[in-house]
Design a protein around this ligand. Structure first.
Ligand code: SF4
Length: 209
């Protein structure tokens, strides 16, 4: 956006601050970063991204440093901006609960060692994970209800060791840890990401079924 002078720049900055729920904006316009909390600084970072009138915002672990109580309010702000402004969000996180909360009406792509192994509508992937790595991730999420724990799938890995990124195993990257691996196939040929039913999957065994 083209800004005319100092007064217009302040007006634009104030609008952006209010958009990310830093209100009243006058309280924040002249503050230095060390005068703000971590959550407030994250909101300023989002306001700076919005100043470019983007079509897409890439938010890389944007809530991981925040206290859990602030995290939800930040996610709600981002969700509101996504819906109100029509901005697309590529949200990168290690926290499955955050991904689920933020992208429930969108899509989720699960990555292992830098490659997408499963990609599809969030409720489908989270509700019925297909790739062995996604199944292991979902089964590792703590369940507070003891009754639900009994019916929950326990998906045990063959190994807890994550391969070195500079020395990847042959074949499927996940095969040294995968409980479904098949010798002679999984350890020689890397599976491609292919469409399988309602999602994209990278697994020789699951996509065969
Ligand atoms: S290709 Fe084989 S090793 Fe890789 S995820 Fe599928 S079953 Fe497991």
């Amino acid at each position: 956006r083209r800004v005319g002078g100092r007064a217009e720049a302040r007006r634009t900055a104030a609008e952006l601050l209010e958009r990310v729920d830093l209100t009243p904006a006058e309280d924040y316009l002249d503050k230095y970063p060390h005068q703000m909390s971590g959550g407030q600084r994250q909101r300023v970072a989002v306001a700076r991204a919005l100043a470019m009138n983007p079509e897409v915002v890439i938010a890389d672990e944007s809530t991981s440093m925040l206290d859990v109580s602030i995290r939800v309010s930040m996610l709600n702000t981002l969700g509101r901006l996504r819906d109100e402004l029509g901005v697309g969000f590529l949200f990168i996180t290690h926290d499955l609960a955050v991904a689920k909360y933020f992208a429930w009406e969108g899509e989720i792509a699960v990555m292992y060692l830098g490659r997408v192994v499963e990609h599809g509508p969030t409720p489908r992937v989270v509700g019925e994970p297909s790739h062995p790595y996604t199944r292991a991730l979902i089964s590792a999420v703590c369940e507070p209800d003891p009754d639900l724990v009994h019916g929950k799938e326990r998906f045990r890995l063959r190994s807890a060791d994550v391969p070195d990124l500079t020395d990847l195993p042959p074949g499927c990257d996940f095969h040294p840890r995968c409980p479904l691996h098949e010798a002679g196939g999984c350890d020689t040929l890397r599976p491609s990401l292919v469409r399988h039913q309602d999602r994209l999957l990278s697994c020789h065994v699951v996509t065969r079924g």
